[in-house]
Design a protein around this ligand. Structure first.
Ligand code: HSE
Length: 379
């Protein structure tokens, strides 16, 4: 099968390496923005040279960003090409448009590398749900924030210093706010929850609180009480919709999530009968991401078509019935916080069980009054 590759950076180079070792996948054209003499005649600068090439069966998009990636993917699907992408932003933002376009044109749209990098997460989620009902999904879906939290637990280090290190190591997104404020996880959770629950949740409906304001003092306090803090994504089947949110979470030091080191991910689904399956691995990087993109191509070669689900119900995010205690550190406590406080922990307080909907709404407002405020759910 011939492949047209859109983008040839770090991940694109990894895809070329995998394909070079095979006889069944050939990268015959590569869309580039600047001259790449090493690609010879394979380099093209016009998307039409790929979508109009009848010998190309699969288009792999690894350019990143929303535009022109979205337009190029649409053009490829309309031209009857199967599409493989590692671009979570474009799949999350245009989920209904792209999945429908793939179905209408009778081609495959696969994005396994978009959620969990090299972890075979979406493919196993798809396999699980054909036999069992999924009750819950989530976990550690961002390597940069896990790297930061892991380092902050290991030794006293300031948040800005360790973020700089994550950027130098190439873990963080170009704009690291996408990692530390939760947007990157939210895109991955939107795609995963839509697949898991045959839903059509909008990315912007999922509330989140990031790790930007966590301090060394907070981490020492958590450790003193036997907890480890991780940025966790959660989505569950709920009455009248899907419960979905992203927040720093204090997990017991003995839980699997607490032991996830460096920039690794740990993503979990729970099936009604099968129980918990957790997937651990590298959520980003040249070969992990290229691995899943090429695996998607092999699945297409083996006859896989469509998306991971062909059912989509517009679905509301409902976090009103999900409740647990929270740790809150703020210089401006208000009546609401005082009314739910049950314990003092150093500079912060621990609350009674509060609904996730109420607490994440309050936290968003509180950040406007106290930009240094930090909030974490307690599991
Ligand atoms: N910046 C992301 C992470 C890359 O750290 O996990 C993969 O989405």
């Amino acid at each position: 099968m011939n492949i047209g590759l859109l983008g040839c950076g770090v991940v694109g180079g990894g895809i070329m390496d995998f394909c070079t070792e095979r006889t069944d996948l050939h990268v015959t054209k590569v869309l580039v923005r600047r001259e790449r003499p090493e690609l010879g005649e394979r380099a093209v600068t016009d998307i039409g040279a790929i979508t109009g090439d009848d010998d190309i069966g699969i288009v792999i998009e690894v350019m990143g960003g929303l535009h022109p990636a979205y337009e190029y993917i649409c053009q490829a699907l309309r031209s009857g090409k199967h599409v493989v992408t590692a671009n979570k932003a474009v799949i999350s933002a245009f989920y209904p448009e792209l999945t429908r376009l793939a179905a209408e044109n009778g081609v495959a749209l696969r994005c396994t590398a978009a959620v969990g990098g090299g972890i075979p997460w979406l493919t196993n989620l798809e396999r699980c749900k054909r036999l069992d009902a999924i009750c819950e999904i989530g976990g550690i879906m961002n390597g940069t924030t896990n790297f930061i939290m892991d380092a902050m637990h290991a030794a006293p280090v300031s948040f800005p210093a360790i973020l700089k290190q994550a950027q130098e190591l190439g873990y963080a997104e170009a704009d690291p706010s996408a990692d530390i404020d939760g947007d990157d996880v939210r895109r991955k959770l939107t795609i995963s929850a839509n697949v898991a629950f045959d839903a059509l949740i909008r990315e912007e409906d999922i509330p989140m609180f990031g790790i930007r304001t966590v301090t060394d003092g907070d981490i020492r306090t958590f450790q003193k009480h036997g907890f480890v803090c991780k940025l966790l994504a959660t989505a569950k089947a709920a009455e009248g919709g899907v419960c979905a949110y992203i927040e720093p979470t204090l997990v017991d030091g003995h839980e699997l999530e607490a032991a996830v080191p460096k920039n690794f991910n740990l993503i979990t689904y729970c099936g009604e009968k099968i129980g918990r399956h957790s997937f651990f691995g590298q959520g980003a990087g040249r070969y992990p991401t290229a691995f899943n993109a090429v695996e998607d191509c092999l699945d297409i070669l083996a006859g896989k078509s469509g998306f991971y689900t062909d059912v989509m119900q517009p679905t509301a995010v409902r976090n009103g019935d999900e409740a647990h205690p929270y740790y809150v550190r703020t210089a401006c406590p208000d009546e609401f916080l005082r009314s739910i406080t049950v314990e003092r922990w150093a500079e912060g307080v621990v609350t009674a069980c509060v609904s996730v909907e109420e607490m994440l709404r309050w936290s968003r407002e509180q950040l406007k009054k106290d930009p240094a405020c930090f909030v974490a759910g307690i599991r």
